[in-house]
Design a protein around this ligand. Sequence first.
Ligand SMILES: Cc1ncc(COP(=O)(O)O)c(C=O)c1O
Length: 469
Amino acid sequence: MDLPDFKSLTDRQSPIYLQLYWRFRNAIATGKLAPGDRVPSIRSLASELNLARGTVEAAYQMLSSEGYLIGRGPAGTVVSPQLDGRVSATTPVGSSALPRSGQIKLAASKPLQLGLPALDAFPRKTWVRLAGRNLRAMNVADMVNADPNGYEPLRRAIAAYLAVSRGIACTPDQVFVTAGYRGALELIRRTLFRHGDSGWFEDPGYLHARRFLEDAGMQLVPLPVDDDGLNVESGLRHAVDTRFAVVTPTHQSPSGVALSLPRRLALLDWAQAQRAWIIEDDYDSEFRYDGRPLPPLKSLDHAGRVLYAGTFSKVLYPGLRLAYLVVPEHEIGKFRNSMAQLGRSPVLFQATVADFMEQGHFARHIKKMRSLYATRREYLVRALAQVFGDMLLVPERAGGIHVVAHLKPKYNDKAFAAAANAKGLAIMALSEWCIRRRSPVGLLMGFANIATPEQALKYVRRLREAFEH
Ligand SMILES: Cc1ncc(COP(=O)(O)O)c(C=O)c1O
């Protein structure tokens, strides 16, 4: 047996256990280590390389969990015999065992799918390193129980992030970590609402929130959205006496417009006068390409009527299922009581997000994505203009990770979307996000995973084909 070359474990960028892991994988992929070969015991390799046993153990654990190594009791640890023929020299043998950006197959996602961040640009290597570190550092307390309000260092990191990037002053105690935005809505519903309570809802508005709230027995009062966002005046005129309002002030979902400052102030005044609650869904405020965003409602909330929700689905990835809710100080106790009844998110991922934020990766990633998304948006907008001309109208927007392409009212956007999706795309009809009958028509498309102008053109041509048939 030819052992991997361990002489130069000197890559300062990655921890030793990962370098060890890579060396083993390379050795297996290139045939230096064959299926069935015995590898040194943890103790002897640690002593030979002058490393802590835990370091070697961590590498062996990763290799075992991925099926490369297999423990044979007293006979030691061997390269899995089942690898025969499965690992060839074509297995990636670069310095990283992780798929590099661009190599990742987006099988689980579809072209133009809404709501997805750029999965190919996610810093997987850093993420896996931090997750691995947290996994190894797990202590008994983490294994026994988790803080029901959310992992404390993560709540601290979120409070610090909000202070710097959104001008929101809150303590970590005001922050609750939830299972996605829907987890935040469930927490609010349990804590503050009763069955049948009514609330303003943007029309068009975020489909999943609407379904969730309706299923939970809330009465939604649709309010129109125009170029200044939610029409607050309409709410004041027709339905002043409601318990809550759900709004997406930074980039209205789905139109992308910003709620104007006068309307923000009117909404806050209304909530204070009515003792109503404003649910501020700030789901993708990080992605802005033009100018400075208006201050979030929460930063102007002197009366303590705003429940501020943020999510990691857009900045990191939606499968993480992590979001957060910031509540007014005087409501902390009630929210804690509700949290005690709800399911908790795994500490491992909360701790990994906390490290990701504290070590500056979060801010760096957002900065990178901002310019990437501005470019990718342009790919899609240009391709739409080239293929559809003035049949589709795409308004300029300052941010977000999807576009709304408006159609003339004579078209049936649901039929259009269905035909496109039958061709493998994943777009949505604007009218599906509307509550009223006479709704605008258009198509909602995500652009974050469009890697090149050619790809944009390919998808948009497919969209056109769907339209022609
Ligand atoms: C308008 C809006 N709010 C919130 C979210 C976040 O949802 P979650 O945290 O459940 O992924 C999304 C995600 O797509 C969204 O589009």
